[in-house]
Design a protein around this ligand. Structure first.
Ligand SMILES: [Zn+2]
Length: 257
């Protein structure tokens, strides 16, 4: 059985972009940890940062528990996730603590600075985690090797200029979509926040629309897209695709959505 670490910037990002895939992997018996860089301390108009952070840590832990996953918060702060030396060492510590075979993280291009910084942090910490001389807090031993690294889709599947970011493969999550939905529903504080700040009252519907659009790329009703990072010397073998078997489907040529 494999160890999977899904690590993104904020509580709810992993659920929106990879919740179905994580549910499938957990159902198959793999060990799953969901981690966030921040506890979502800016995600409220009413509560103070420490108060909303406490609420959202609890929501994230409950969402993870629905699929038997653990939750870990790296305790950076919203709009203050930077690809810098102390942050990279903190991500390295999380990697050495959870010891994943596979890491799923944020897209390198996305609409929000924290997402892009999280992506760079995780990519580079995966490189550093096996290096004994690269020191990190916590005292965990270095990893044996660089883990397999995958990028989730950006929000809505597009970059800042709304160009489509095409995945390497789409995971068919139709069979577990109800579980993905239940995970996101645990983030109840965010419906109110998105209504006030983003002007949208369709938090769950938005996720469903994106999941359906990704599915259409591969001819299934609900999908989540991923790209494997193959930079030298990261693992090249399709480990995640093999664990998912026939549910990992290449996009259909000529289909865009
Ligand atoms: Zn986010």
């Amino acid at each position: 059985m494999a160890r999977i670490l899904a690590i993104h910037a904020h509580p709810d990002d992993c659920e929106i972009l990879a919740g179905g895939t994580l549910a499938l992997l957990a159902e198959a018996g793999h060990s799953v940890t969901i981690a966030t860089m921040t506890p979502g301390d800016c995600g409220s108009s009413e509560l103070a940062p420490d108060e909303i952070a406490a609420v959202r840590r609890g929501e994230a832990a409950e969402a993870a528990a629905l699929i038997g996953a653990a939750y870990l918060c790296l305790e950076m702060r919203d709009l203050a996730v930077f690809s810098d030396d102390p942050s990279r060492r903190r991500v390295t510590a999380a990697l050495r603590e959870t010891r994943p075979d596979i890491v799923l993280t944020a897209s390198p291009v996305d609409y929000l600075c924290d997402h892009e910084a999280a992506s760079a942090l995780v990519r580079d910490a995966c490189f550093g985690a096996p290096a004994p001389n690269y020191r990190a807090p916590g005292g965990h031993p270095p990893l044996d090797r660089i883990p397999h690294l995958y990028f989730m889709d950006p929000a809505a599947g597009v970059d800042r200029e709304e160009r489509i970011v095409r995945p390497d493969f789409v995971v068919d999550v139709a069979a577990v979509f109800h579980r993905k939905r239940a995970m996101l529903e645990r983030h109840a504080s965010q419906r109110q926040w998105l209504l006030r700040h983003h002007g949208t009252d369709d938090y769950i519907a938005m996720m469903e629309r994106w999941t359906r659009e990704r599915g259409a790329l591969a001819g299934v009703s609900h999908g989540e897209g991923f790209r494997q990072y193959r930079g030298h010397p990261y693992p090249q073998s399709p480990l995640l695709q093999e664990l998912l078997g026939g549910r990992a489907i290449p996009p259909i040529a000529g289909v865009v959505s």
